[in-house]
Design a protein around this ligand. Structure first.
Ligand SMILES: O=C(O)CCC(=O)C(=O)O
Length: 268
């Protein structure tokens, strides 16, 4: 393990979050930013109509279905090993969406991404998240608010209650990574410019993905992905057991009949 990875893991375990500074090229940030403008225009994206998605926040979901640019996001060379550390091998893309907080937005209620999962807390991570900064993230423009150490709490936050939190400020091109148990929320935007990021959410290979990648991404798009990304989308068989179709992986059945697959039972 490199020193860099070790330091991130230490922070993830202690604080429940870490920032990978300058994790991707600013040219890529600009290209993603411009493409999300295109998607918002073409898909007629409107602000969320509720207190959680935000009344001055736009979201574009299911990004892997919407453009080649997004295929490089789930496999980031620093973030993916951190996800493997938190969630174990065989972890999955849970959801991938663009979140744009517009001027005037108020702070999102503090929540934990795993709070709908009914297992006693604290528990080892079953979901983990990352936020790719496509603009600078500042306290004023709505940087994600975090409560370091809250992933170790024995309960989830009370929805709508005020909690003291800190802004995860970072330059465009950086990535905030957090344990799915961390209490957090989008910040208020008091500036006159948008704050935009891509929320790349992962889950362990044995639980259900938040966005259904197998049905939500067209097969011809999935076939263009690397085997690693296909597996992240849920086309493999977790530990040779979970997710098979008549003893075949979804990849063998739907994407490539020659893709490798060994059922756990065949190893006995
Ligand atoms: O936009 C952000 O900074 C965080 C958003 C978030 O946590 C969510 O929508 O679940």
């Amino acid at each position: 393990m490199t020193d860099e990875l070790g330091a991130h893991i230490e922070r993830l375990e202690r604080d429940g979050c870490t920032i990978v500074h300058d994790a991707f090229d600013v040219d890529l940030a600009d290209a993603l930013h411009a493409d999300i403008d295109r998607l918002e225009r073409e898909l007629h994206i409107q602000v969320g109509g509720n207190g959680f998605e935000g009344r001055a926040t736009t979201r574009v979901y299911n990004l892997l279905a919407l453009g080649e640019l997004y295929a490089q996001i789930p496999v980031h060379p620093v973030v993916l090993p951190l996800m493997h550390h938190l969630l174990g091998p065989g972890c999955l893309v849970s959801s991938i969406s663009a979140i744009t907080i517009h001027p005037g937005e108020i702070a999102q209620p503090i929540h934990a991404d795993d709070q709908v999962i009914p297992i006693p807390k604290p528990h080892r991570a079953v979901t983990a998240n990352s936020m790719w900064a496509l603009t600078d993230f500042t306290e004023a423009n709505g940087a994600t608010r975090i409560i370091p150490g809250s992933h170790l709490a024995d309960h989830s936050p009370v929805y709508g209650q005020h909690y003291e939190s800190a802004p995860a400020e970072m330059r465009r091109g950086s990535i905030l990574v957090w344990d799915g148990g961390l209490w957090h929320g989008g910040g208020a935007n008091t500036t006159d410019a948008k704050r935009r990021g891509i929320a790349m959410n992962y889950c362990a290979g044995y639980i259900r993905q938040q966005e259904n990648q197998q049905l939500g991404v067209p097969l011809d798009v999935l076939r263009s992905f690397s085997p690693e990304l296909q597996e992240l989308c849920g086309f493999g068989v977790y530990k040779g057991l979970i997710g098979h179709i008549d003893r075949q992986s979804a990849s063998q059945r739907l994407l490539d009949p020659d893709s490798p697959n060994t059922m756990l039972w065949d190893r006995t």
